[in-house]
Design a binder for this molecule. Sequence first.
Ligand code: NDP
Length: 275
Amino acid sequence: MTIRAGVLGYPARHSLSPALHGAWLEAAGIDGSYEAVEVAPEEFAREVRARFDDGWAGFNVTMPHKRAAFEFAGERTATAQALGVSNLIFMRGGKIVADNRDGEGFLYGLARQAPQLTLDGATALLLGAGGAAQAVAHALAGAGARVRIANRSPEPARELAKAVKGEAFASPPPPQAWADVALIVNATSMGMTDGPPVPDWLDFAGVQPGAVFYDLIYKPLDTPLIRRARKAGLKTVDGLDMLIGQARPAFQTLFGAPPPDAVDIRGLLLAKMGQ
Ligand code: NDP
């Protein structure tokens, strides 16, 4: 029987996930399908329930449904529980389980594009305190990094800093927030296609040489902040490998087999993005 899975979003039709999972399904010879499922927030519970009742194996979850997916599930993995948001829901033993693999995806991106960086004992400055920032902050703290968080709205930054025993700063972050950082992460939507612009103060002045800048955004791939960071002499990491890094364990969960290594998935996605 065909295993059916997909990505839940609003919008969802521009998602790269169907191309990515579709290529893996084909290469692995699995009888499965993976579709973009566009669901309005008010339809979320009804639509998802209907699909699970219809035998779907599960879904990746993207904006704006990550919190709704977490609340919808009957069970939560420890990672999802810690974050309060889910990027993967699936059926297991008759129960709908919420998981979150964004943190794993984030670390995969670092391993691929900045393998020289040691997180244990390092200090990281995280810009943003939304859903993706939650996953990143926990992944960084779990890897032994000290986490500084700066966000436009101060309260989410304070809460997240408390959860990961880090430090919260106002935005723009003061000079001491930039001192000694080995890694700066943009987990805001600043610089995303059709997103808010990047502010002038984000110029990487005062960042120590050798630091890494990681932009979670992958649309566009070469973001305004990546370009600025490169100009300032920083090593840069783009968001595409994070997408791939969370999709790998999701594929295993949804289709019961690891994604085949033989597929050049980054190359495929770059071609799809016209890069
Ligand atoms: P959320 O909506 O949960 O969070 C958005 C964040 O951006 C908040 O911190 C918000 O601050 C901040 N923000 C929004 N507008 C502005 C602005 N005008 N000025 C300053 N800060 C702003 O989104 P996510 O956490 O899900 O996603 C954040 C980014 O990460 C997106 O660009 C997304 O594409 C990317 N992402 C990439 C992934 C990957 O696989 N590479 C996976 C998941 C996300 P405030 O709290 O003040 O509103």
